[in-house]
Write a protein that binds this ligand. Structure first.
Ligand SMILES: NC(=O)c1ccc[n+]([C@@H]2O[C@H](COP(=O)([O-])OP(=O)(O)OC[C@H]3O[C@@H](n4cnc5c(N)ncnc54)[C@H](O)[C@@H]3O)[C@@H](O)[C@H]2O)c1
Ligand SMILES: O=C(O)C(=O)C[C@@H](O)[C@H](O)[C@H](O)COP(=O)(O)O
Ligand SMILES: [Zn+2]
Length: 386
């Protein structure tokens, strides 16, 4: 237990409908204020793992005078399907939800992506408040209004830009978060460091051991303090970027660093790898690509491997999947026609784009990160990607 994050920080995301990302502890009391007086009905969407938190929210909202309802959805990527979205549309329809009503998403990034998507599409858009409960959702998924679901062909292929009315990052939620989910969230934190905030990289390098061994409620106060600073720094970067470019016309693409290959790996693994683990491999691939293109110095590529490995994140992927991965990467949202486009770095905090790289360059970069396919013997950890 700790009092880290006991002070409340508000980061405003600017744009047509500005909103606050609130970071602190014991924030649920802020929910009615964010939902606003116009709503009468509120649907609280959550996975089973967050049932107790969702029930507290449900009771609070009822006490505040709302007609509140709970909808439990499948865990993790199982939630990000057209079938689950349709299940929720059915509930909203049966409950006569109108445009003045609201949706609350409580959970990790998969839940907030789904809840945001359902809010974006119900009656072409209703108010949504997000309560992220994983590190990854606090620093990235719940902020910025990118919502979506997967299809059989790939990750997040269906979605909408629909900013929330507010985001509550209650750090106390991280007390119950498992070690590998914390580490997966750190991959996006490290991404933010490489694209925009070198101090994040320094902090992670200094505290990698205690972060990797995340002990939740039993973590040392110093580890909590570092985590609170990492959340705030990451949210500030994300807020600044999406405040300037909500619809990913240009600048926002930098947040996709490592995701071109990362999403292809997630598809290849049928979503049994954590998102952050796939993005970790994707960042090393992007770094190798930039190095081979004569952009990125060797030491920055080495720094990618060192920092990700120190957290226990993967930096290689099986060598026998290249054709499949290349084909999946063509459906990346940054592609334009036949042109594959990658976010790469010229240096730390100097993101740029590499457009239409030579296929031989891509294959050479992949050779730098590929390894033999794993043997699935007894004791081989599967399904983690970590
Ligand atoms: N929209 C965006 O801008 C954006 C950004 C980054 C990632 N994403 C998406 O976010 C998803 C990954 O998010 P994630 O890493 O949070 O995964 P997740 O939502 O699958 O959650 C990981 C696991 O943690 C559990 N969990 C959640 N909160 C918990 C808590 N407080 N205590 C214990 N267990 C808890 C969940 O039930 C789940 O099993 C991916 O679908 C990715 O595409 C979206
Ligand atoms: O907010 C963004 O923009 C991002 O790209 C953040 C990513 O971490 C996130 O995984 C996002 O969902 C990827 O978006 P996509 O457009 O590549 O599906
Ligand atoms: Zn991501």
């Amino acid at each position: 237990m700790t009092d880290a994050g006991s002070t409340t920080t508000r980061v405003t995301v600017t744009g047509a409908s500005p909103y606050d990302v609130v970071i602190g502890r014991h924030l649920l009391g802020e929910l009615p204020g964010l939902i606003g007086p116009a709503a009468r009905k509120v649907l609280v969407i959550h996975p089973a793992a967050l049932a107790a938190t969702a029930e507290v929210i449900h009771e609070d909202l009822r006490a505040a005078g709302y007609d509140a309802y709970l909808a439990e959805v499948p865990d993790a990527e199982e939630a990000k399907t057209a079938q689950v979205a349709a299940f929720l549309w059915g509930i909203l329809g049966q409950l006569d939800f109108t445009r003045s009503d609201a949706i609350v998403g409580v959970g990790g990034g998969a839940t907030t992506d789904l809840a945001g998507f359902v809010a974006a599409t119900w009656l072409r858009g209703v108010r949504t408040v997000l309560v992220p409960t994983t590190l990854l959702a606090m620093v990235d998924a719940a902020v910025g209004g990118k919502t979506g679901i997967n299809t059989a062909e790939g990750k997040n292929l269906v979605g909408a830009f629909h900013p929330p009315a507010g985001v509550l990052c209650d750090l106390a939620a991280l007390e119950s978060l498992g070690r590998w989910d914390l580490v997966a969230g750190l991959a996006e934190v490290v991404k933010t460091g490489f694209i925009a905030d070198p101090q994040i990289l320094t902090l992670v390098e200094q505290h990698a051991d205690s972060l990797r061994e995340w002990a939740g409620a039993d973590a040392a106060p110093e580890t909590w303090d570092v985590l609170a600073e990492l959340v705030e720094r990451s949210v500030r970067v994300k807020a600044a970027v999406v405040g300037e470019d909500l619809r990913e016309a240009g600048l926002r693409e930098i947040l996709n660093y490592g995701h071109t290959l990362g999403h292809a790996i997630e598809l290849s693994e049928r979503y049994q790898w954590r998102h952050g683990a796939a993005v970790a491999v994707g960042m090393v691939f992007a770094a190798e690509l930039a190095r081979l293109a004569g952009k990125l110095p060797d030491d920055v590529v080495d720094r990618h491997r060192a920092i990700l490995t120190s957290l226990g994140l993967p930096v290689t992927y099986r060598g026998d999947r290249w054709d499949q991965l290349l084909s999946a990467m063509r459906r990346d949202k940054k592609s334009r026609g036949d042109l594959l486009r990658f976010v790469v770095l010229d240096d730390v905090a100097e993101p740029t784009r590499l457009e239409g790289p030579d296929p031989a360059l891509l294959a050479a970069a992949y050779a730098e990160i590929s390894k033999e396919p794993p043997t699935r013997g007894p004791g081989t950890p599967v399904a983690l990607g970590l």
